[in-house]
Write a protein that binds this ligand. Structure first.
Ligand code: OOG
Ligand code: NI
Length: 454
């Protein structure tokens, strides 16, 4: 070994997230506006609710809030996906969860690359929702072969990125200069290219098969299609988006507004139509356009246990299915509220019924008499004011919501039912690794906090 001193993967991730945010703000100015709107809303919420501000401080969430965001990309082949896995690993981001979106008419399956340990999440929880196109869902065999051929000819990574990924794997990290180069090289993979790699007629053929297929196959790389800041009050942020004339989605995805937010609520503004040049032979180009990139905001709440998640899924299905109206009817908000009356909405009950994950710690009184706190059962120690229990924030995604976000940005009209089913094994084979189980990760954070009490 060389005795080099390595930059931590947390540092590399933070720098990369910042570089990505700067790039996306340049590419999609509305994103910058969304960020300042969210910062304002968050500052207001924290000013109005000192108890929340305190809790976020205690739970290591306050400092990360302004940095916090997720992005999304879509790739076309196993080779691309597995190389991405290696690229994200350099930044301490690992595949968590499996999402099958084919059931919602989107021919992809996905995972989220994100940090997994409490300390790394507190540093910077940057996540990237990453989807793999399911080629087998293209019906037309000739088109499928053509798309595969196009994908096989492109390399979405720079030579420098490939070399640095291999170096990091071989040597166990990157030093300062190499980390800086890595961030710059990695960023290239996510950049928007306004020149397509396929002629306009090919683009149209792919587009006719599914707009998403054209998005994945026709370009040099998997452009980042949105970056999402985290707001503490999505209803306020949504109102402000509308007031500023942003074309926000009609319905907020996920659970309804509650006293104790659970999981994830999201809303987006519609994709932009962007000018694209398509190659037309002999070095000439033909003008066209493509819609892919959009803006999104999200509010995150309590991570649910399998029991809580089962209840969530059941209530959501009830709201969506009553009167067969899906999430489109004008009264959807009312139906959603009504259905979720069945979900306890105070932290004590959520905890005592085992619906969510909590992080435990000694209060000031508990620190003053730690032996006393340690002798009591946890609930008794909480009741005695010796132990605090704070909600662990949900770091992942929701398949029904994700499908809603995809749909609204595919023009909303695209309704296609695929007879496919969830295929996690095939996804993991393409990825070259298993995805981690999100429940096990939250349970570990909860368990570690309990272990530290005694
Ligand atoms: C990803 C859509 C899903 C989310 O926040 O649920 C998503 C995409 O459009 O590629 O980002
Ligand atoms: Ni998103």
């Amino acid at each position: 070994m060389t005795g080099k001193s390595f930059v931590s993967s947390d540092q590399i991730r933070s720098r990369f997230a910042q570089a990505m945010s700067d790039m996306y703000r340049q590419e999609v100015p509305l994103y910058g506006e969304l960020m300042s709107l969210v910062a304002q809303v968050n500052a207001q919420v924290l000013a109005d609710d000192p108890a929340l501000a305190q809790r976020l401080d205690r739970n290591d969430e306050r400092a990360r809030l302004d940095l916090e965001r997720h992005g999304a990309i879509r790739v076309g082949s196993a080779e691309e996906l597995s190389m991405l896995r290696r690229l994200f690993a350099v930044m301490g981001m690992y595949p968590v969860g499996y999402y099958d979106l084919s059931v919602a008419g989107v021919p992809v399956h996905s995972t989220a690359f994100r940090p997994v340990e409490a300390a790394a999440l507190a540093r910077n929880p940057f996540r990237v929702f990453t989807s793999l196109l399911r080629m087998e869902l293209i019906d037309d065999a000739a088109l499928r072969a053509q798309a595969a051929g196009i994908l096989a000819r492109r390399d979405i990574f720079t030579a420098g990125a490939r070399a640095l990924i291999e170096q990091a794997e071989r040597e166990g990290g990157l030093d300062e200069a190499d980390a800086e180069r890595f961030v710059a090289e990695a960023l290239e993979t996510f950049r928007w290219h306004s020149d397509a790699t396929v002629p306009l007629p090919t683009y149209h053929a792919l587009h006719d098969a599914h707009r998403l297929i054209a998005d994945v196959v026709s370009f040099h790389g998997p452009h980042i299609n949105h970056l999402t800041p985290r707001t503490l009050d999505i209803d306020a942020a949504q109102l402000q988006m509308q007031e500023r004339g942003m074309a926000a989605k009609a319905v907020i995805e996920g659970p309804p507004r509650r006293q104790c937010p659970i999981l994830l609520r999201q809303t987006s503004f519609k994709a932009l139509e962007e000018a694209v040049r398509f190659p037309a032979g002999n070095g000439s180009a033909e003008a066209g356009s493509h819609t892919a990139r959009f803006g999104e905001i999200e509010q995150r709440g309590l991570a649910l246990t399998p029991k809580g998640r089962t209840l969530y899924d059941a209530l959501l299905a009830q709201a969506r299915e009553s009167e067969g109206a899906g999430s489109t009817g004008a009264d959807y908000g009312t139906r959603l509220q009504a259905a979720f009356a069945g979900f306890p909405d105070d932290y004590d009950t959520l905890r005592q019924e085992g619906l969510g994950y909590f992080r435990y710690g000694l209060t000031e009184a508990g620190r003053a008499s730690p032996d006393h706190a340690a002798t009591l059962p946890t609930e008794a120690a909480i009741a005695a004011g010796l132990v605090s229990a704070d909600p662990i924030v949900y770091e992942d995604f929701l398949p029904v919501s994700a499908a809603g976000i995809f749909q609204s940005n595919l023009g909303g009209t695209e309704q296609r039912a695929y007879a496919a089913h969830s295929h996690q094994a095939a996804f993991e084979q393409a990825l070259g690794a298993p995805v981690r189980d999100e429940f096990a990760l939250y349970a570990a954070i909860e368990r570690d906090s309990l272990a530290e009490l005694v």
